[in-house]
Design a binder for this molecule. Structure first.
Ligand SMILES: NC(=O)C1=CN([C@@H]2O[C@H](COP(=O)(O)OP(=O)(O)OC[C@H]3O[C@@H](n4cnc5c(N)ncnc54)[C@H](O)[C@@H]3O)[C@@H](O)[C@H]2O)[C@@H](O)CC1
Ligand SMILES: [K+]
Length: 515
């Protein structure tokens, strides 16, 4: 598969973009009835691959998601499965293609009723898909609630009904599926929590929509994956010199000295040529004793910012990280702000994390105004709320989804925003975004964010563009944790990184041989 092709496969379409892809395919000559036939066949195949014949209830909603349901029911019935089918809606209002498959269905059609769930071992959820427009109510809500309570196995068509495909948020109630079969491309809602947890296994089926329809649709959200950035990865060169691989400068505080040391170790492991820490003179011995391989500079009491600025006079210190372990006591926050602003004014690549984000909580605009060069902000939800309170405002008690919030924050701040969580978002000010999906639960451990900052600043030092550096770092962080498995502590993240990088190098060498 070519790099362009795999990039194309990683695109995520909103429900509106998917509808556009669908209608553009029809305009390009693919009959709508063929798309529905292919969609239904793909679901029936996936079901037969995973389950043996058993009593199935197919729940068909009022739109084309329901249309797919009629196709699925027919295939499973022809394969000898015991099928019951219920329809919620008005036959006269079905689209031409859904009408066609409604009429082709040979069995009985029941009205929706919770009692149908008795003696059902597998539910095909074809109630609502991309057309979900408002919160569930009435019998649909009752049915989905009963499905969730009974824990009957569910195969969802396109999305579990009630889940919004663009946002990953539930509109009312969603019964978690074991399998979700979607069509053409994934949607953000399949990857963003809570959606990701509700889809179960996710299968993307090719239903005959030509990839060329994407040329006309402006898509700039992807599932984060090496195919998107591996050509830009700064592999060491044989003729390289340590200065070609940059010099990361990291500020270290005086209370939690471990945090910035983890950052430094992350930056070293990810390949920065040189890494140095600048720390208050009082705690200099602690750092100097603990670190081999990184240089430690003293910031004298009362003139820390001036000393930091002096270090920045050397243009080879080309990437800066401030925040891990910087401290939250008032005098520390004042100092952190000054140091962060001193870094930003140089317009060198800068990562601001943790306490450096909280330090600007009272007047975030000061920070945003200072961002002129490449900059990455790495808030978790708490820090995000402090820095972007307006973006987190709720309407009718509901906050905007994580993808939208991260993109707004990137636009507002002028920085690449890494909004951390189980579904970390990476968003650039120009609207590009990636959803990361490879992070295991083990990553939720103290200090893991400090290492992530180290990976980012280490990649920035090597000249990687900010959005790519953030995407690479977040993916590597997840890959290392997933490979390490249970028992992971933050220290393991830098130290286990070489295994992942070496596997990468081998894969690339293999790909070159094949070519
Ligand atoms: N490429 C594509 O886009 C294809 C889409 N197909 C299927 O078509 C689906 C989209 O079809 P539609 O756009 O018809 O949408 P849906 O089938 O998801 O539902 C739309 C209908 O549900 C109603 N509705 C929405 N929210 C409701 C609520 N909360 N309570 C009650 N009624 C509600 C709407 O008024 C409309 O009648 C996809 O999810 C997929 O399953 C496939 O047939 C094949 C191709
Ligand atoms: K559905």
């Amino acid at each position: 598969m070519s790099a362009e092709q795999s990039k194309n496969d990683l695109l995520l379409l909103t429900v509106e973009q998917m509808a556009r892809a669908d209608s553009d395919a029809v305009r390009a000559g693919v009959p709508a009835v063929d798309l529905m036939a292919a969609a239904g066949k793909a679901v029936a195949d996936a079901v037969q691959e995973r389950w043996s014949p058993r009593p199935v209830l197919v729940l068909c909603g009022p739109g084309n998601n329901g249309g797919d349901g009629f196709v699925i029911a027919r295939h499973l019935q022809q394969a000898g499965w015991p099928i019951r089918l219920a329809f919620l809606g008005n036959q006269a209002k079905l689209s031409a293609e859904a009408q066609y498959f409604y009429q082709a269905w040979q069995g009985d059609i029941a009205d929706f009723s919770v009692s149908l769930l008795e003696q059902t071992e597998l539910v095909i959820d074809a109630i609502f898909g991309a057309g979900l427009a408002r919160p569930l109510e009435g019998i649909a809500l009752e049915m989905i609630t009963a499905m969730a309570e009974r824990k009957t196995a569910i195969c969802a068509v396109d999305v579990p009904s009630g889940l919004h495909g663009s946002t990953g948020q539930a509109l009312g109630m969603v019964a978690p599926a074991e399998l979700t079969v979607t069509f053409f491309r994934k949607k953000p809602g399949h990857l963003l929590f809570p959606g990701r947890g509700l889809c179960g296994e996710l299968v993307v089926a090719d239903i005959g929509i030509p990839a060329s329809v994407l040329d006309e649709i402006e898509v700039n959200v992807w599932q984060n994956h090496p195919a998107l950035w591996q050509q830009n990865y700064p592999w060491p060169r044989l003729d390289g010199h340590k200065f070609h691989r940059g010099h990361a400068l990291i500020f270290g505080g005086e209370t939690l000295t471990g945090a910035s040391r983890l950052t430094a170790r992350g930056a070293m492991r990810v390949g920065a040529g040189l890494v140095s820490l600048a720390v208050p003179s009082k705690v200099w011995p602690i750092y100097a004793n603990a670190l081999t391989g990184a240089m430690v500079s003293k910031l004298e009491l009362g003139q820390e910012t001036e000393d930091f600025e002096e270090l920045l006079l050397d243009p080879r210190r080309n990437a800066i990280a401030v925040g891990p372990g910087a401290g939250l006591v008032a005098f520390e926050s004042v100092r952190t702000r000054k140091i962060a602003l001193a870094a930003l004014v140089t317009e060198r690549a800068t990562v601001l994390d943790a306490d450096a984000l909280s330090a600007f909580a009272s007047d975030p605009q000061v920070l945003f105004d200072a961002i002129a060069g490449p900059c990455v902000l790495t808030p978790h939800e708490g820090e995000f709320a402090r820095l972007f309170p307006r973006i987190n405002e709720t309407a009718n008690g509901v906050m905007q989804d994580k993808l939208t919030r991260a993109r707004l924050a990137a636009k507002q701040s002028g920085a690449v925003v890494v909004l951390k969580g189980a579904d970390t978002l990476i968003a650039a000010p120009d609207g590009r975004a990636m959803i990361n999906t490879n992070a295991p639960a083990e990553l939720a451990t103290g200090g893991s964010g400090d290492v992530l900052t180290g990976f980012i600043v280490g990649l920035l030092a090597q000249g990687v563009e900010a959005f790519d550096a953030a995407a690479m770092a977040v993916w590597l962080h997840g890959a290392v944790a997933a490979d390490f498995g249970a028992g992971l502590i933050a220290e393991d993240l830098p130290d286990h990184l070489p295994k992942i990088l070496n596997a990468f190098i081998q894969q690339q060498a293999l790909a070159r041989e094949v070519r």
